[in-house]
Design a protein around this ligand. Structure first.
Ligand code: MSP
Length: 511
């Protein structure tokens, strides 16, 4: 894959219940990286979808008294609608019940059989339906008379059944070498260390088929078995590129994936099993897996039983989608958990959006409308204070691409919002309102620089708050083809004078 192509994915979601804030967070984070790289002139393919097989889904369907496929059709639609409400810019939405996906899973299975990495035996051990994961004896404890996983806290059940196994143990050393040679494969570094320690402690062969239920992709040539849902699900990243047709333009352009964005709970599957399956099937592993933290509600993990699940749709209706996107991206810092609350959401909307960026746009636009007939002349003659603002801004922008290349979104946002803060301060200090009819040229120059700053900030915030920034960029008459990061390399955003169109209030302050 060439450097100019960027393939990014969210985890495909289990359509077992209604989507919640954790799903929203994971999706928006991925969307922000995708939008940023599009603005960075890369060719981006952004994939999301639903993970529809396995016991967890079969049980959810039974509870709803629906046939599993009917259940999935219904809930997958809800996730698809969520993607649109979250304003995701995904290029595809894959469902693992689609025939293109079945084809890819069959091919992977056949390759693993051919390479000698799969054998038939019997599984005896613990299984968590809610995690769709096998746990070792030392990962299970008893709590309130129930066996649970120490890793996730989910309840586990004892399983004994005929099963195909993947020779994961044979990949231990090769995986360790792979991590060494690709030291940016897992980010953040703390998660990389966690994975390496787990692999070093010894890998057991992995059961990759089930015989005690039927809702899954049938194992080729042995339809007593269905493929283990994680081997099935991970393959979605290939199916969407029309694998096994490796001559397909999507596959050629976008594999290996640039970035799988996932939550920390599913790191083991993506950072251990997935590269092992791929290496065994003679397919290049992805370039990176980024494991983000968890969204907590008022310091606690969200759960139905605690009744603290914040519903993203209700929040969008009440506060707006850009407001939710900005808040979630700001509150959860690079790979750590983040605690969210309505109070903090409201404070964040007021401080960063209404009082800072929103106020900057509103005050400059209304001043230019009322005093300059919506028109500001281009200038290159900058005062000492202008130059100071320009220098401070370039200091804050010089590392932005690198920060995003390392998924360091919080640092990125901090820098961009600082530029907005500094620009507001510059306007307060320069007091252009005192210059009207006294020094119109200087007043014009201050406004030109202020509008230029607004244009830069809007392009930089565009991946996070696309709707509001597009309104501003449109009011600045900046065409689509110029809404990119070329200005970071010194290219002019405005070639001529700036003609503005009216701009409505962007963010209402919450009292
Ligand atoms: N179906 C699997 C993924 C298969 S990818 C080949 C799955 N689905 S999920 O719906 O349970 O979770 C999807 C993503 O949402 C995961 O990355 C998970 O970490 C994330 N989140 C679920 N709850 C979360 C929070 N409370 N906070 C942040 N993200 C969490 O896992």
């Amino acid at each position: 894959m060439s450097q100019s192509n960027f393939y990014i994915t969210t985890p495909i979601y289990y359509p077992s219940g209604q989507p919640h804030m954790g799903h929203a967070y994971s999706s928006i984070l991925t969307d922000v990286f995708a939008r940023f790289q599009r603005n960075n002139n890369l060719k981006v393919f952004f994939l999301t979808g639903t993970d529809e097989h396995g016991l967890k889904i079969q049980k959810a369907a039974e509870q709803n008294k629906l046939d599993p496929l009917e259940h999935c059709n219904k809930l997958s639609k809800v996730f698809k609608e969520l993607a649109s409400k979250l304003n995701l810019s995904n290029d595809d939405f894959i469902r693992t019940t689609e025939s293109r996906h079945h084809k890819a899973v069959n091919e992977i299975w056949n390759r693993l059989i051919k390479s000698g990495d799969i054998y038939l035996s019997k599984y005896k051990g613990w299984y968590s339906v809610s995690d769709e994961a096998y746990y070792n004896e030392d990962e299970v404890v008893e709590k309130d008379g129930k066996k649970i996983s120490t890793f996730s806290g989910s309840s586990v059940e004892w399983v004994e059944e005929e099963s195909f196994f993947f020779k994961l143990s044979a990949w231990q050393e090769k995986l360790l070498n792979f991590y060494k040679e690709n030291d940016q494969f897992i980010l953040p570094t703390s998660r990389k260390n966690e994975v390496i320690n787990f692999v070093k402690s010894g890998l057991k062969d992995l059961s990759v088929s089930r015989t005690s239920f039927t809702w899954g992709i049938k194992v080729p040539n042995n339809d007593k078995h269905v493929v283990y849902v994680w081997l099935d699900a991970l393959t979605n990243y290939l199916s969407a590129l029309n694998f096994p047709d490796t001559s397909d333009v999507l596959y050629k352009n976008f594999w290996p994936a640039t970035l799988h964005v996932i939550g920390k709970d599913i790191l083991r599957f993506h950072a251990i099993y997935w590269p092992a399956f791929l290496l065994a099937a003679n397919i290049k592993p992805p370039n990176r897996v980024f494991g983000h933290g968890w969204i907590l509600s008022n310091e606690e993990k969200m759960s139905k039983s605690k009744g603290n699940i914040l519903n993203p749709l209700e929040i969008i209706d009440k506060y707006g989608i850009d407001q939710l996107r900005y808040y979630l991206m700001k509150e959860v810092s690079h790979g750590s958990d983040g605690s969210i609350s309505l109070k903090n959401l409201e404070n964040c909307i007021n401080s960063d959006l209404a009082n800072n960026y929103g106020n900057l746009c509103q005050r400059v636009f209304s001043f230019v409308k009322n005093n300059c007939n919506n028109n500001v002349k281009k200038t290159n003659s900058y005062s000492k204070n202008d130059k100071k603002l320009i220098d401070e801004t370039s200091n804050l922008t010089k590392d932005l691409r690198k920060l995003m290349d390392n998924q360091n979104l919080n640092h990125y946002m901090k820098n961009v919002i600082s530029i907005s803060f500094l620009t507001n301060k510059y306007i307060n200090d320069e007091e252009p309102w005192k210059l009207k009819n006294i020094n119109n040229e200087k007043m014009n120059n201050i406004l030109y620089l202020s509008l230029l700053q607004i244009a830069k900030i809007s392009i930089l915030l565009n991946p996070i708050i696309p709707n509001s920034t597009l309104k501003v960029l449109d009011s600045l008459n900046i065409q689509k083809e110029s809404q990119n990061l070329d200005f970071l390399d010194g290219k002019n955003i405005f070639k001529e004078e700036i003609k503005i169109k009216p701009l409505d209030i962007l963010f209402k302050k919450i009292n």
